[in-house]
Ligand binder design. Structure first.
Ligand code: NDP
Ligand code: MG
Length: 393
């Protein structure tokens, strides 16, 4: 395999730092070309000194001077601002763009990378949730491959390798069930953010950890799967698998099922997205069957975790409905993390936004942007009017 020059967009986060471990483990195959962070200048500087990229970008312009000064003695270009985040992916020397910004904020840089024909390793699922039709169409027009980093979608992708001629009957996305699996709505009424942030199997950024606790993460993944694998809603099932060892499954039209397994370790899907179609050796820990004598599966509880049902509703509705639930979710999760609303109110905010925001059947890019902004405003209003007297967690 030829050495891959990689741009890590969101390098200081959970996925970004694990991607740097992947690169460090295989310096003969990977070289960091670009690092992009939002505001964590200290970590960005540390990473840049260790990997000596061609360029770094810090979105927060107030941190520019600090980063510039620290990297001055090195041959590393330094840029700042959100426009620079979007534009840096155009650099000719980049082979792969790892899209690992969290949330809607990742959309613009990913779209620009596709326009400039960069291979995408996609962690930022919100990109496909918000504007899946636009993103996949643009990728097709530019002959760009989007390789999934999300572990479930990487699993589906790995199961499909060698099966491109064969039709999928359905896929099963596995869900750990999060920290509140088995709880009732009454149990969930007063859960704290500290409890919600304690994921049983995965260590991830705060937003996706809350999404895992509400099952919205699985809802977003159902929508992500539709776009990545061209599936109808009824072809995508969710099963709860608390051990997070079977990362997802594909059922083919002959009834045969293929699954992909491994430890819950994001370095594996990140690595596969960088090396596809090859598999190259890694030093990461191996799965041991005898540590997991029981792998179990159960149905998701859609009555308690209504976010998953809402995501299916948005998927079936189509148009900008997924964009609406994504924006409402980002606002609601933020409000929960700021102690402004309670856990069960996250889903209430999303449900109200989905009912009230203007539906557009075939939105263009500008309409997606407007729909995201309008929904955020609507969510803010709902949160202020209904829940402003919230006591803290
Ligand atoms: P984190 O919150 O840990 O990291 C987010 C990263 O994005 C940070 O580097 C942050 O920089 C950067 N960032 C945020 N906003 C901006 C912006 N406006 N401009 C530039 N950089 C920005 O998130 P995760 O790593 O957990 O998740 C990243 C994405 O990957 C999400 O979409 C998530 O759903 C997906 N994903 C994550 C998994 C995981 O295991 N973590 C698993 C599967 C998917 P700074 O640190 O400076 O704020
Ligand atoms: Mg996932």
């Amino acid at each position: 395999m030829k050495i891959k020059h990689i741009a890590i967009i969101g390098c200081t986060g959970s996925i970004g730092t694990q991607a740097l471990e992947v690169v460090a483990a295989n310096p003969d195959y990977f070289k960091v070309e670009v690092l992009v962070a939002n505001s964590n200048a200290d970590l960005l500087i540390q990473q840049a000194l260790a990997t000596q990229p061609n360029a770094v970008v810090i979105a927060d312009e107030s941190k520019y001077k600090q980063v510039k000064a620290a990297l001055l003695p090195h041959d590393i270009k330094v840029f700042a601002g959100s426009k620079a985040v979007e534009q840096i992916v155009e650099m000719e020397s980049i082979d792969i763009v790892l899209a690992a910004i969290v949330g809607y904020a990742g959309l613009a840089s990913t779209l620009n990378a596709i326009r400039h024909k960069k291979t995408i390793a996609l962690a930022n699922k919100e990109t496909l949730v918000v504007a899946g039709d636009l993103v996949t169409r643009l990728a097709l027009e530019n002959g760009v491959n989007i390789y999934p980093v999300d572990s479930e979608h990487s699993a589906i992708f790995q199961c499909l390798t060698g099966e491109w001629e064969n039709s999928i009957e359905k896929i099963y996305l596995t869900a750990s069930g999060g920290p509140f699996r088995g709880k009732t709505r009454a149990d969930l009424a007063e859960v704290t953010k500290l409890q919600a942030l304690k994921h049983p199997n995965w260590s991830m950024g705060a937003k996706i950890t809350i999404d895992s606790a509400t099952l919205m993460n699985k809802g977003l993944e159902v929508i992500e799967a539709k776009w990545l694998f061209h599936l109808k809603p009824e072809q995508i099932d969710v099963i709860v698998h608390p051990q997070s060892i079977v990362h997802s499954l594909v059922q083919f039209t002959d009834g045969s099922i293929k699954a992909q397994m491994g430890l819950p370790d994001m370095k594996l899907p990140i690595h596969y997205a960088f090396t596809y179609p090859y598999r190259i050796p890694t030093p990461f820990p191996r799965f041991n069957f005898f540590n997991y004598p029981q792998l179990t599966f159960e149905a998701p509880d859609l009555q308690t975790f209504t976010n998953l049902a809402l995501a299916y509703e948005a998927l079936k509705k189509g148009g900008n409905a997924p964009c609406i639930i994504n924006a409402a979710n980002e606002m609601a999760v933020d409000a929960f993390l700021n102690d402004t609303i309670k856990f069960l109110q996250i889903a209430e905010v999303i449900e109200t936004c989905l009912a009230k925001a203007t539906f557009i059947a075939q939105p263009n890019y500008e309409q997606y942007i407007a729909s995201d902004a309008d929904t955020r405003e609507l969510a803010k209003q709902i949160i202020n009017e209904r829940y402003h007297s919230r006591t803290s967690n």
